[in-house]
Design a protein around this ligand. Structure first.
Ligand code: NAP
Length: 523
């Protein structure tokens, strides 16, 4: 049975909340310590007018208890003294409330006064004796003793509510329900607080007399309360009437949704979310990919472990920095010295590099890499991935860069020759690959090399994919070269990420379609 507490700031709001609650509630609890200038007679008669079936509980907590329950801002009008409180509960009995809730701590005299008034009025109103612990959950043996003290007054219901400091605390209050049932004493027992959610959901199924739920989240009378909607979902679920898992607040799902993120800075213009989300949808995977602009890579990696993030893409400028935060880095990524993909295996993070794969898959669509010479323009991270993949496939990379030092470093790592960019006219090969950002939007009329250079190559590739056809590629086409747009590499590196995350083959043609359509729109 569901009890909706009315905690409104004013009497008028409370009347409105009652009208909305009556169709949903079995019980309505009037929290007279929280309702500002509450007119008890009017509130009770409004409930009766709206429903003959809803039972009324009248409660008036101590001011400090209401404050500690997280509703301090609302308690200006709270009844302050013990006498005022007792008078209010007596008024509730006179008005025919079904239950009045009095704390065990109010003592013998107050409890007995209420009991005799109930008897005098023919027993229509009944007593709930309650114990609230706002700090912790005492040991079961202590709670049983508290329960016994409440039960000795022979109230209609004993209410024992504690605060869960650990998830295990829920077991203690749930255990108390069995203890009470064995003694044929009606009980409401649960834990408050974020960790007490389990007891709130399960207590009704264990035999707790009722459970508290709010109309909206803001209407909580105690921390951790669920909404009526959520409580109804629990009921359907535990009763086997709902098979799908719709319970986000509890970790009760068999398999939690797996989500994916892009970590980089900046990421605002990234097309990865568009591509990955389209692919996930087509693959029938109800999961999501979103981009995050990262200031602190260590913190972001902690977040991956702490949250249910199944995988991540890593982009500029984090591909190298991220490596030290991972539990393992695969051999290819170690050799390249950069990670663009993270797989989260139950909290253990593994780093991979799919840039080289994207580039190699693209090239292999039109040529055999073995024994061919690839002139790579640039000596940054993408050039490293390209050189690594080409060597792995039996090809020969040659590094050409604007800055001598970087070209030298890269070539010594992979044991290949290097040239300054200004010397590019001196060399030739089978395929020219641009790995610099020259020619990228908005500098679309720029090319890293002069148009005559392309004539020395049968194949020309650009890793830039915005614009779809860079000036380098347009010039190469004019020279009769076979061209490889950066879009193909982008799609394949993304598809390889999805394969690592999901173990399934992604829809590469669709991924290419959505990105080329978006880029065409932008152009
Ligand atoms: P990076 O590590 O910063 O390296 C950039 C390289 O470009 C450096 O060697 C730099 O030369 C050179 N460079 C920059 N401006 C230049 C200029 N004006 N003239 C001549 N050379 C210049 O960058 P990265 O991570 O390798 O990324 C490079 C590009 O690849 C980016 O545009 C990125 O978007 C693209 N990318 C595409 C894909 C894809 O899937 N299609 C994947 C990864 C990356 P210095 O050494 O002289 O500074």
């Amino acid at each position: 049975m569901i009890c909706i507490p009315i905690t409104s700031r004013t009497n008028k709001e409370a009347l409105h909340a009652i009208e909305r609650s009556c169709p949903l509630a079995d019980f309505i609890e009037l929290r007279m310590d929280l309702i500002g200038r509450g007119n008890l007679a009017k509130l009770i008669s409004t409930i009766r007018d709206n429903s003959g079936a809803v039972k009324i509980i009248v409660t008036c907590r101590k001011k400090d208890e209401a404050a500690r329950a997280g509703v301090a801002a609302r308690i200006k009008s709270a009844v302050k003294s013990k006498e005022e409180k007792l008078a209010l509960l007596k008024e509730a009995i006179e008005l025919g409330a079904d239950f009045v809730d009095i704390e065990l701590a109010e003592g013998n005299k107050a409890i007995n006064e209420l009991k005799s008034l109930c008897a005098k009025k023919g027993g229509k109103s009944k007593i709930i004796i309650s114990y609230h612990n706002l700090k912790e959950t005492p040991a079961l043996i202590e709670l049983k003793e508290i329960f016994n003290q409440c039960a000795k007054y022979k109230p209609a219901i004993v209410k024992v509510v504690t605060t869960a400091r650990t998830v295990e605390d829920n077991l203690i209050t749930l255990n108390l329900i069995s203890h009470a049932r064995k003694r044929s004493q009606k009980i409401i027992s649960l834990c408050m607080g974020g960790k007490g959610g389990i007891s709130r959901a399960i207590a009704p199924f264990m035999g707790s007399y009722l459970s508290f739920a709010t109309l909206e989240r803001e209407g909580q009378s105690a921390p951790g309360q669920y909404t009526v909607y959520e409580m109804n979902q629990f009921q359907e679920w535990f009763n086997g009437r709902r098979t799908e898992t719709l319970v986000p607040t509890l970790s009760l799902r068999k398999s939690l949704p797996k989500n994916y993120v892009l970590l980089g800075n900046p990421v605002g213009h990234s097309l990865s979310p568009l591509m990955h989300n389209a692919a996930l949808k087509k693959m029938g995977i109800d999961e999501n990919y979103s981009a995050f602009c990262v200031q602190d890579i260590g913190g972001a990696i902690d977040g991956l472990r702490g949250m249910n993030i199944r995988g991540a893409s890593v982009t500029i400028p984090l591909k190298v920095a991220v490596m030290e935060y991972l539990d393992e880095v695969d051999e290819d990524a170690l050799e390249i010295g950069a990670v663009n993909t993270i797989v989260n295996n139950n909290g253990r993070l593994a780093g991979y590099n799919t840039d080289w794969l994207g580039l190699i898959i693209t090239l292999k669509k039109a040529l055999t890499i073995k024994n061919k010479t690839f002139v790579i323009v640039g000596a940054g991270g993408t050039a490293r991935a390209a050189a690594y993949g080409i060597i792995k496939e039996g090809g020969h990379p040659v590094i050409v860069n604007r800055t001598m030092e970087k070209a030298k470093n890269l070539s010594s790592k992979f044991g290949c020759s290097f040239y300054l960019l200004s010397e590019i006219g001196r060399i030739k090969g089978d395929c020219l690959i641009n790995t610099t950002s020259v020619g990228m939007y908005p500098d679309v009329d720029k090319s890293p090399v002069k148009i005559e250079t392309q004539a020395r190559y049968k194949y020309v590739m650009d890793v830039i994919y915005n614009p779809l056809k860079t000036k380098l590629l347009a010039d190469a086409e004019k020279q009769g070269c076979h061209i490889f747009p950066g879009l193909d590499m982008f799609v394949h590196q993304g598809a390889e990420q999805l394969r690592l995350w999901t173990g399934k083959e992604p829809p590469r043609a669709l991924m290419k379609k959505v990105i080329s359509e978006r880029l065409t729109q932008i152009e």
